[in-house]
Design a protein. Structure first.
Length: 428
C-alpha cells in the first residue's frame, strides 16, 4: 500500500516510524512532516488544513490509506470533504468525520454527550458572553479550585484551573469578553475540579469493534513538580502503575463501552482513535475530556509498546474488521522526555541548530518541531524532540530517556527532569 500521514509533530513521526516497519507499506508519505519523518518517508509540502491540496496529493501519489494525525483538520471536516470526492471512493481513512470530531471540537458538545449517555464526568455549566453575568454569579457559589475550559480548539492551552475566586472571574471575563482564545472561547465550560490522579486511555474503533491501546500518563505543565503554565505536553509514561486491572476494567465498562454505544445511538459512525482523558478519583474513573485523535506526546510511548503490524491495524480500522485482530502489547515500560525551545509555551525561538542526535543509543528520537536545512537539523517549533526509551523497568526507562535529553544539544534547550519520578515514588 501507499500510505499518507497528515501532520508534522511527534505523533506523526511515531506513526510513520511504526508504519515504515510494516511489509504492507510500499511507499510512505507525510504532509507536511518534519526532519525526522524525512528520514523514513517522503515529506509533501502540503498543509494539513489545505483540503484541496491533500486531495491532489492523494491522487498524484495513488494513496491507498490516509491517517489524519492532528485534531484541527478532523474538526474542520477533512473526512467529509474527501468522502465527497467520487474518484476517492476507495480511499481508506483513519479518523472520524466532522460529527465524531465534535467530541474534541466542542467541550460543550462532549459534556452533553457524556451526560446523555451516563458517562461519569465532573459537574459543569456552559456560559457565553450573553450569559457572562450569570456565569460570574455561578462562580461566586462554586467551590475552589474551579476549572474553566474554552469550548473549542485552543492548541492544548484553553484550560485554566483557577485557585481563587478573583482568578476565576477574571479568567471567565478574559475568555468571553476579552476573547482570550478567539472563537474557541465563544463558549466557556465551568467545571467542578476533580481531585485524583490523571491518565489517558486510547481506544481504536472501526465504528463497531474496538481495541483499547496501552494507557499513558502525560506531564502538561512546563515546570517540574507540575508548576507553571500548561503546554502541549512535556513527557509521558506507559504503562501507568496506578491503573491496575480492576481500574482499567471499570474504564472499559463505565466509559469505553457507553461512549461507543452513545456514538452509535447518535448516528455517528466513528472510525479512528478516541483519546479519553481520565481522572482516577478514589479508584473510580471520571472523564475529563475526549480527543478525536491520539495524544502527543502519549503516542510516542504507546506505539513503541504495540507489537502489532501498525498498517494492518489501520486497515482493519478502516475496513470495519478490528474484531479479526488480536492486540499484542509489550510488558516493557516506555518513557518519553520532551525537549522544548526557550520561551515555550509562550513566545519561543526557532532556527537553532540541533547537535549530538547521532550520539543517542537505545533511544528513539521522535521529531516534533524540526526542519532540515543544508544537511543540518534545526528547531522549528515549541516542542522540538520527544526522546523515548523502552526498558524492563520504569526506573531504567526514565534513566535512559533523561540521559538522551541531556545528550542532545541546541541553544535554549529546556526539559523537565522529573518525568516519571512521581510514578516511581507511587510504586515504591
Amino acid at each position: 500500500m501507499k500510505i499518507l500521514v497528515l501532520g508534522s509533530g511527534g505523533r506523526e513521526h511515531a506513526f510513520a516510524w511504526k508504519l515504515a516497519q510494516s511489509p504492507l507499506c510500499d511507499a510512505l508519505f507525510v504532509a507536511p512532516g518534519n526532519a525526522g519523518t524525512a528520514q523514513i518517508a517522503t515529506n509533501l509540502a502540503v498543509a494539513y488544513n489545505d483540503f484541496e491540496g491533500v486531495a491532489t496529493a492523494i491522487r498524484q501519489h495513488s494513496i491507498d490509506l490516509l491517517i489524519v494525525g492532528p485534531e484541527e483538520p478532523l474538526v474542520k471536516g477533512i473526512v467529509n470533504f474527501l468522502r465527497q470526492q467520487p474518484d476517492l471512493a476507495k480511499l481508506r481513512i483513519v479518523g472520524p468525520d466532522e460529527a465524531g470530531a465534535q467530541l474534541e471540537g466542542s467541550k460543550d458538545f462532549s459534556k452533553s454527550f457524556m451526560l446523555r449517555h451516563g458517562i461519569p464526568t465532573a459537574a459543569s455549566r456552559t456560559f457565553t458572553v450573553e450569559t457572562l453575568d450569570e456565569g460570574l454569579r455561578y462562580l461566586e457559589d462554586h467551590s475552589l479550585p474551579v476549572v474553566l475550559k474554552a469550548d473549542g480548539l485552543a492548541a492544548g492551552k484553553g484550560v485554566v484551573i483557577a485557585e481563587t475566586m478573583g482568578d476565576a472571574q477574571t479568567t471567565l471575563r478574559d475568555m468571553l469578553d476579552g476573547r482570550k482564545f478567539g472563537d474557541a472561547g465563544s463558549k466557556v465550560v465551568v467545571e467542578q475540579f476533580l481531585r485524583g490522579i490523571e491518565l489517558s486511555v486510547f481506544v481504536l474503533t472501526d465504528g463497531v469493534n474496538y481495541k483499547i491501546l496501552p494507557e499513558a500518563k502525560d506531564y502538561k505543565r512546563i515546570g517540574e513538580a507540575d508548576t507553571g503554565p500548561n503546554t502541549g505536553g512535556m513527557g509521558a509514561v506507559s504503562p501507568v502503575v496506578f491503573a491496575n486491572e480492576t481500574f482499567l476494567r471499570k474504564v472499559e465498562e463505565k466509559v469505553v463501552k457507553p461512549t461507543l454505544a452513545g456514538l452509535q445511538q447518535d448516528g455517528i459512525h466513528y472510525q479512528g482513535f478516541i483519546f479519553i482523558g481520565l481522572m482516577n478519583v478514589k479508584s473510580e474513573p471520571y472523564v475529563i475530556e475526549y480527543n478525536a485523535r491520539m495524544g502527543d506526546p502519549e503516542t510516542e510511548v504507546v506505539l513503541p509498546r504495540v507489537q502489532n503490524d501498525f498498517a494492518e491495524l489501520m486497515v482493519a480500522t478502516a475496513d470495519g474488521e478490528l474484531d479479526k485482530i488480536a492486540l499484542q502489547v509489550s510488558p516493557q515500560t516506555a518513557v518519553t522526555t520532551v525537549i522544548v525551545s526557550n520561551g515555550y509555551p509562550d513566545v519561543y525561538e526557532k532556527g537553532k541548530i540541533i547537535t549530538d542526535l547521532e550520539r543517542l543509543e537505545d533511544v528513539t528520537a521522535f521529531h516534533a518541531g524540526t526542519t532540515a536545512q543544508d544537511g543540518r537539523v534545526l528547531t522549528n517549533g515549541g516542542r522540538v524532540l520527544a526522546l523515548t526509551a523502552l526498558a524492563n523497568s520504569l526506573e531504567n526507562a526514565v534513566r535512559k530517556s533523561q540521559e538522551a535529553a541531556r545528550t542532545v544539544q541546541f541553544d535554549g534547550k529546556q526539559y523537565r527532569k522529573d518525568i516519571g519520578l512521581d510514578l516511581i515514588r507511587y510504586q515504591d
